[in-house]
Design a protein around this ligand. Structure first.
Ligand code: FRU
Length: 476
């Protein structure tokens, strides 16, 4: 095996330049590159980090290991955008180069303060007994996108009764205080959301509370918690690993969930009148959502279209991982509504004539209105592979059958009980798809690795089908 512990942890400057050159050449031959979703140039991408607006631009970072499609030593790759659609690599990543983050710059967030952007992230450390330690570190970024790390951690160790699984701080400001919302695992093996507080963003952080989200059964570990506000209602988005499938009916290895509420009691760090816990997405690959309130008040989110511990067909090509489109979040009756951010309309090029059996381009948008008295079906096929969407005869359940180039057919399902499924909008991008059901009341996201080159579209029992060409803009 090429990936020895030594190579997984090798410092960034110790890699020969040739490594990236070789990987780029390999990636260039991939047939699964995306057209309008964020993807890596080489190596692995996982969580989105530091999604923010600063210095008249959108900023987005992601967890990266550029030297191979494995979870090696993590850094933050930095992208900027003027429109949330076209993203440019700044080529000034934040790499692990301190004792405080020596085994990885793990996930975190960013917040503008004065004329700088403050980054808070987890410094991952393996001690000599091979136990995980976590420091919460800080850095300032100036208007030239130069990042200067703080000398000392902001939070040097986990609180009592929390293990070294303590990470992914989200900074959010309210009143006089900054709050850092962190995912944690207790000594008793329970997942928790822990909150620190300070009046200054770069020092003076103290343990404040365990967040009360009305649900104290959050599996064995919470990753990537984010608190956002929609019409003044709090929504906590998080990944409760190992949560009981009777409490949250998820089909993937790990879930990405949310709880909404009426209001936030900041003194108690309590969500008032919380909804039940729900999945954020019902597809195959969706994790580590990062969300924040933009200056215009919108709650924007972006997620990793991937899953920890899952292998992908591109791994052998030296790259893996992609992100969703930026989504705009809304709330209706305590349920999250997700739509592609309106800026994504730019992606639309022109209508294609929708003909059953047609060949579709690798970047396209397909919207269909099912005939809900029948078994309505939509299928994208390529040789022996397919993505097949079917809606049951009562119109309440959508199933996606995915047959990748190798392997068995896998199924994901979503139910809408109080309504029927009246529309599905599919954003297709070569090897990634996002489905928005009933205007974003439910979403299903995943990768699709086909056989062959030609993609065909077939359907039965749809009242209408619209197909539009989308623009490949090649982000990386
Ligand atoms: C989630 C996660 C985070 C961690 C990061 C490391 O996918 O495990 O909890 O900070 O990935 O890359």
């Amino acid at each position: 095996n090429y990936w020895t512990t030594d190579r997984l942890n090798r410092g960034y400057h110790e890699w020969p330049k040739q490594r990236l050159t070789d990987l780029k050449a390999k990636v260039a031959r991939s047939k699964w590159r995306l057209g309008y979703h964020v993807q890596t140039r080489t190596g692995l991408l996982n969580d989105p980090n530091g999604f923010s607006y600063f210095n008249h631009q959108w900023h987005l970072f992601y967890q990266a290991f550029p030297f191979g499609a494995v979870h090696g030593l993590k850094s933050w790759t930095h992208l900027v955008s003027d429109d949330l659609v076209n993203w440019k690599n700044v080529h000034k990543p934040m790499i692990p180069d301190r004792s405080n983050d020596r085994n990885g710059c793990y996930s975190g967030s960013a917040i503008p303060v004065g004329d700088r952007l403050f980054l808070m992230y987890t410094g991952n450390i393996w001690d000599k007994h091979h136990h995980r330690q976590a420091k919460q570190d800080g850095a300032w970024m100036d208007k030239d996108n130069d990042i200067t790390k703080l000398q000392r951690p902001l939070i040097n160790q986990p609180p009592l009764e929390v293990t070294g699984n303590f990470r992914d701080p989200q900074i959010i400001k309210h009143g006089l205080y900054y709050y850092a919302i962190l995912g944690a695992q207790t000594e008793g093996n329970r997942g928790e959301i822990v909150v620190y507080r300070s009046q200054s963003v770069d020092h003076g952080w103290n343990l404040f509370k365990t967040m009360d989200i009305g649900n104290d059964n959050l599996g064995y570990m919470v990753e990537c918690p984010n608190l956002v506000f929609i019409h003044n209602h709090p929504v906590i988005i998080f990944c409760p690993q190992g949560i009981d499938r009777k409490r949250l009916n998820y089909q993937n290895r790990y879930p990405n969930a949310y709880i909404a509420g009426d209001s936030m009691n900041w003194n108690q760090m309590k969500i008032i009148n919380p909804t039940k816990i729900r999945l954020m997405d019902y597809g195959f690959d969706f994790y580590a959502t990062r969300s924040f309130n933009a200056p215009d008040g919108r709650a924007l989110s972006i997620s990793w279209v991937g899953m920890p511990g899952v292998e992908y067909a591109t791994d052998s090509e030296g790259w893996s991982g992609a992100l969703t489109l930026v989504r705009e979040l809304d709330l209706k009756d305590g349920q999250l509504i997700q739509r592609p951010a309106r800026e994504n309309r730019k992606l639309f090029v022109h209508d294609l004539k929708a003909v059953n059996g047609m060949e579709i381009p690798k970047q396209c948008y397909i919207k269909w209105v099912p005939n809900i008295d029948r078994l309505s079906q939509m299928a994208i096929t390529a040789e022996t592979s397919h993505l097949y969407f079917s809606i049951d005869q009562k119109g309440h359940r959508l199933s996606i059958h995915r047959q990748n180039l190798s392997g068995n057919e896998e199924i994901r399902q979503v139910r809408i009980n109080k309504d029927v499924i009246h529309s599905c909008a599919l954003y297709f991008d070569n090897s990634e798809f996002e489905v928005y059901i009933n205007g974003g009341v439910r979403t299903m996201t995943g990768r699709f690795f086909r056989n062959g080159h030609v993609l065909n579209l077939n359907w039965t029992d749809c009242n209408s089908v619209t197909v539009k060409q989308l623009k490949p803009i090649n982000i990386n």
